[in-house]
Design a protein around this ligand. Structure first.
Ligand code: SAH
Length: 210
């Protein structure tokens, strides 16, 4: 089967699981996930599972990527999105199909270098990356129309909430290694509406650079 055919099968599977936003399904159909995983695992790239990307990190499960992206688009298409945890670059590449600018921050330099190579290879022109501790956000680019964390902290970072534009939302896994919830905060002036979406399992949000 060609990678486009296996990718279409993945899209069908995500629809069955409840992803209904056509823009998100199209983005999943368009992004070559096999380029974002290790060559040795590329035959499994279109399974709906997280896979290791080295250094103890993982590329997120496609269903969770789709769910978080769908949630980000609910109040209209955000222009500027901040992602904390570039990892393989896959989530950033999916977002980049849908929004004007993706700013993505990664604390592990080696992973970031590999992700940048992939963005270059797939001619992504609207992804901007930075080797930094994403818990601090990207202050010089704030405010953002949406913020997405792809690593789980035990509590929410004030700096990130500060960098949300009015009406914008932040989606983050919150919890420890045993139990995490995907939580969505929507800014309403100086208030934040909190919703819990589902149980998830992400790698931990760590401090400092590596
Ligand atoms: N979005 C990624 C998911 C990668 S896993 C993808 O689609 O593949 C989460 C990533 O978050 C890891 O690469 C990890 O190194 C990174 N991370 C953890 N804590 C971080 C922090 N404080 N700042 C930036 N990145 C962080």
């Amino acid at each position: 089967m060609t990678s486009q055919a296996t990718r279409n099968k993945l899209v069908l599977r995500l629809r069955e699981k409840g992803i209904s936003d056509k823009r998100v399904l199209q983005a999943i159909a368009d992004v070559p996930r096999h380029l974002y995983v290790d060559e040795a695992l590329s035959s499994r790239a279109y399974e709906d599972t997280a896979l290791p990307i080295g250094l103890g990190q993982t590329i997120s499960q496609p269903y969770i990527v789709a769910l978080m992206t769908q949630e980000l688009l609910k109040n209209g298409i955000p222009k500027k999105v901040l992602e904390v945890g570039t990892g393989s670059g896959y989530q950033a590449a999916v977002l980049a199909q849908l929004v004007s600018q993706v700013f993505s921050v990664e604390r592990i330099e080696k992973l970031l270098r590999e992700a940048r190579r992939k963005f270059h290879r797939t001619a992504q022109r609207n992804i901007y990356t930075r080797h930094a501790d994403g818990r601090l956000g990207w202050p010089t680019q704030a405010p953002f129309d949406a913020i997405i964390l792809t690593a789980a902290g035990t509590e929410l970072e004030e700096d990130l909430l500060d960098q949300l534009a009015d009406g914008a939302c932040l989606i983050a896994p919150l919890g420890d290694a045993i139990s995490q919830r995907l939580v969505k905060y929507t800014r309403q002036a100086d208030d934040f509406k909190r919703e819990e979406l589902c149980d998830v399992s992400f790698v931990p949000l760590l401090s400092g650079l590596s």
